[in-house]
Design a protein around this ligand. Sequence first.
Ligand SMILES: O=C(O)CCC(=O)C(=O)O
Ligand SMILES: [Fe+2]
Length: 211
Amino acid sequence: MFFCVCVYGDSSAVSGYIEAVKRLACEILDLMAEGLGVHDPSLLSNMIRDVDSDSMFRLNRYPPSSFHTPPPPHRATTTTEIGFGEHTDPQMLTILRSNDVGGLQICVAGGTWVPVTPDPTAFCINVGDVLQAMTNGRFMSVRHRALTNGFKYRMSMAFFGAPPPHAWLSVPPELVTPHRPLLYRPFNWAEYKKASYSLRLGDSRLQLFLK
Ligand SMILES: O=C(O)CCC(=O)C(=O)O
Ligand SMILES: [Fe+2]
């Protein structure tokens, strides 16, 4: 069993944190756009800066596997379980931070799951589906999942930078060339969210928007 709480910013500690990671997300997006040679480097981050941005903050708490099924007395370890099933984050960019308990894994080419070393002093940055679409596939949304630990609680907090519901997710013209034609048809975040709700967590949503 896994618990998650979505927070829309109320206590000053939480809203201070959200403001700081939002700024970080915008800086990263500006650097990404600059690196891709996009003429207006704030084109991506403006989506998150917009007052109507649908960004969200989530706290995840994964009780240890032994919380529900204690290991038999002769065994020192329990098996790990899936705490958060495999998925890609639908938004643009995720700024994730966890306690010192491992569990996050990312899926690399060939379908191998690679553990991310837990570091409570570091941020893990995930590219989400919308950024994949807006960069015409230059940055790829990362498939990931979280396992529970045998004995310890894993806690994580994630800021999901998202566009306003009705903004068109347009691809900068510099990223569309004869060699790299447009991958996805134009859509907005409201449409994408609606499509996501009709699918299962692990389904590949972007496929529905291929041109
Ligand atoms: O807890 C984690 O490390 C991953 C959480 C996650 O993928 C999510 O909240 O979307
Ligand atoms: Fe995620």
